[in-house]
Design a protein around this ligand. Structure first.
Ligand SMILES: *Cc1c(COP(=O)(O)O)cnc(C)c1O
Length: 345
């Protein structure tokens, strides 16, 4: 079998949720947008609900409706994109809580679904989603009179603890929400780590649950084992892969493994990338192909059945550094072709 195996450790996931929960006095939600950062919202959200998560966040109403079928009643499912035209049926039937982002969305919501729960998303400086201060001033009293489930905002620079933007957004959010009765939420993973001032009533971790930075104490959640298809001896002066970009300087034992950029293994990782064969670090040779990668097995005894690209030796953030991106993008890129195996939970 040449299908690579992506193992998702639900116990590590739930431990990460518990660890983040222990860092604040607030309720800890769970962000499961984009199919739980690519790891499978059905299994991930079910495990997190069992661990005690009660408030889930998704990006769009369609994700929320699917999640409701998985989790059933009894948990709150909040939608960051709010109430978009055409969402009415989904929001009503799946009992979703749209995070209202503008006066237009507010009108759409109260006209279409009077009395249906909603939350408010405020822009405290990121200029991505949420009501601007002036918009909020105009709407505030009317909105608060209808008891929003949550009033939230999002930090732009929380992964940099010393960034002045954090204090600035905290001050803006506080000014916009001081004295209100509705529960408040400002922090994702990074904000939780900034300390108590940032916690408010509910936190919204995503990446930290899945083992990514900036939560340095996270347990790794994913492991990726890739089968070796064949090996060969390459002589000094021979080349490997597209474009002849790697040239052997000495006799080299080369293995071809069964994954590539179509599986979310970024081609941009290039020459710095490695895989692991037990405790041996084996270099990736030449260009990453769509379905195949060459690795240097020189010095490895015998031929392993598989090599490890993600696991205890290197995680999503190591791969992200090689590819010039972030762990989030590595996770959400992991392809559909893997055999996904869930352990624990
Ligand atoms: C994605 C997202 C989160 C989760 O962020 P992490 O950095 O993954 O913890 C929280 N809130 C909002 C609004 C988001 O878009």
């Amino acid at each position: 079998m040449a299908q690579a195996k992506l193992t998702i450790d639900l116990d590590a996931l739930c431990d990460n949720w518990q660890s983040l929960n222990a860092l604040s006095q607030s309720e800890t939600g769970a962000v499961v947008k984009a199919d739980s950062y690519g790891l499978g919202a059905d299994r991930v959200a079910t495990a997190l609900a069992q661990a005690g998560a009660r408030t889930f966040f998704v990006a769009v109403a369609e994700e929320g409706a699917k999640l409701r079928r998985t989790l059933g009643p009894g948990v709150e499912i909040c939608v960051f994109s709010g109430h978009m035209p055409g969402d009415l049926g989904l929001i009503r039937d799946a009992n979703l809580v749209p995070m209202i982002n503008s006066i237009d969305q507010m009108l759409c919501h109260v006209e279409g679904l009077p009395g249906h729960p909603f939350g408010i998303q405020l822009d405290s400086g990121m200029n991505r989603l949420g009501m601007e201060p002036a918009e909020w001033s105009a709407l505030r009293d009317i909105a608060l009179a209808q008891n929003p489930r949550l009033v939230m905002s999002h930090l732009a620079c929380a992964d940099e603890p010393d960034h002045a933007m954090n204090r600035q957004q905290l001050a803006q959010f506080t000014a916009m929400t001081d004295g209100i009765d509705a529960p408040r939420s400002l922090s994702a993973t990074g904000g939780i780590l900034l300390g108590e001032d940032y916690h408010f009533d509910l936190t919204r971790p995503g990446i930290g649950l899945y083992g990514g930075m900036p939560f340095v104490d996270a347990r790794p959640v994913v492991r990726l084992d890739i089968p070796v298809i064949q090996t060969r001896e390459v002589l000094a002066g021979e080349t490997v892969g597209y474009g002849n970009s790697w040239v052997a300087q000495k006799p080299t034992r080369v293995a071809t493994i069964a994954s590539g950029y179509a599986d979310g293994i970024h081609r941009a990782m290039g020459p710095q990338a490695h895989v692991w064969v037990g405790e041996h670090r084996a270099k990736i040779l030449g260009r990453i192909s769509m379905d195949l990668i060459a690795v240097d097995l020189t010095g490895v005894d015998g031929t392993p059945e598989t090599v490890e690209l993600l696991g205890l030796h290197q995680g999503v953030d190591t791969l992200a550094d090689w590819a010039g991106t972030i762990g989030y993008e590595i996770l959400t890129s992991l392809g559909a072709r893997y055999d996904r195996v869930y352990i624990g939970g």
